[in-house]
Design a protein around this ligand. Sequence first.
Ligand SMILES: Cc1cc2nc3c(=O)[nH]c(=O)nc-3n(C[C@H](O)[C@H](O)[C@H](O)COP(=O)(O)OP(=O)(O)OC[C@H]3O[C@@H](n4cnc5c(N)ncnc54)[C@H](O)[C@@H]3O)c2cc1C
Length: 439
Amino acid sequence: MPQIRKLPAIDGQLGWFETSPSRHAAIGQRLRGHHHFHYAVVGAGFTGVALARRLAELHPQARIALVDALEVGQGASGRNAGFIIDVPHNVDGGEADVESNRKLHTLNLFAIERLRSLKDRHGIDCAWQDAGKYMAAHEARHMDALERFAQGLKRAGFDYELVEGAALSRRLGTAYYQAAVYTPGNVLVNPASLVRGLAASLPESVTLFTGSPVTACHDGPPHVLEFAGGTVRADKLVLTVGSFSETFGKVRNRLATVFTYASLSEPLTPDEMGLFDDVAPWGTTSAHPAGTTVRYTPDQRLFVRNTFHYRPALLASDADLRQAMHQHRLSFEARFPALATKPFAHTWGGMISVTRNHHSIFRQEAEGVYSVVGCNGVGVAKGTYLGHYMAEFMAGMQSPALDFILANSQPNWIPPDPFKRIGAAMRMRKELAGAGGEI
Ligand SMILES: Cc1cc2nc3c(=O)[nH]c(=O)nc-3n(C[C@H](O)[C@H](O)[C@H](O)COP(=O)(O)OP(=O)(O)OC[C@H]3O[C@@H](n4cnc5c(N)ncnc54)[C@H](O)[C@@H]3O)c2cc1C
């Protein structure tokens, strides 16, 4: 296997990480020297952390390594919008039937309850809010999408509420949206704080190496990971490296990775808080797939996410970040005109790994080598349950949940570059053109 040349970078100022109460805690150690483990998991995002924990539960005698190129909470798992979503995202897509949607919902609830109990047991301070989620529309032409979403929820028997006009403005502190579908089971968090707390509370049999990029990976067994400071040999190896999966040479022609960007403001001043009298923390996603995600956080900051770029180098440039911040400003000022002078304190980019049919990659690649990737933008819940069940799959366990996951892990073929780049550019142009005021 050649050297791994594309390594994770920080891509801006990571707002959730920088504002996390655990920001200065030392979690993990640099890899130095030569080590042997029964299991090595590469990637300490939500997927890898859930996987390492479940491996430790199933094999209490095993020695497990969990490694990451960055600090925990600096990867996509700590850069996202912090929605832990219970209802399937494509409930309106017409692709999935009611039974599949219910099974997905059960898996998402399993992930939420597992995260909740770990958060409670280990006292993880991650601004956990059982706030629900609004899917909101600004323009009349996007009401159909809300209607389809509501119909899908109704068919599957999921709770929801349609909130419109003045009632919606009162709940959000902005009159920007005409209507929204509110689903109560969603949780909002500071995702960097949550994933850091989960990693810091792993069982003792898991050794966490952070700031330790894998620079080469040789198939075994034993499988050998190379680092600048040493090596790890492992009997079994699992890759949970998200958008970096292709750099390990295992996952080909199944994933498209796209950058999207977020900004977080400073906390509102007491004067600015006047706009949000009696408003509880909230999060909105958009009725349009290319629309803007917005949050009002428990520490009174405003969060904005939008803009997509296809960047095969797996890095966001300063120009990309500037362009995204400019769009964030426009979206922010449209929603909160009275706060036009409020600056953003942090702007960053992060990657989403998507597949064409929304299936994940969850499979054995070779003897003792496994991959989990392709969370399609909902990886806090999905990564948590896929990581958990991958440990059970590796142990030869069987269950209806595993059968369902395996049946939904058949991602369609995606052509290599330059066709992938051209396809991604065309798709993004089309989506952006249709999104209008939802951005
Ligand atoms: C801006 C944004 C908003 C989002 N909003 C949401 C949301 O609200 N809710 C939601 O559920 N999902 C959201 N997502 C998606 C979510 O973040 C991902 O689905 C999730 O992080 C996937 O978790 P993971 O553990 O599989 O991968 P990742 O979090 O990508 O973790 C992979 C890890 O592998 C490490 N790695 C890669 N290469 C190497 C190497 N060579 N050596 C060592 N380590 C390596 C990386 O450093 C990284 O930490 C969003 C994503 C972005 C970017």
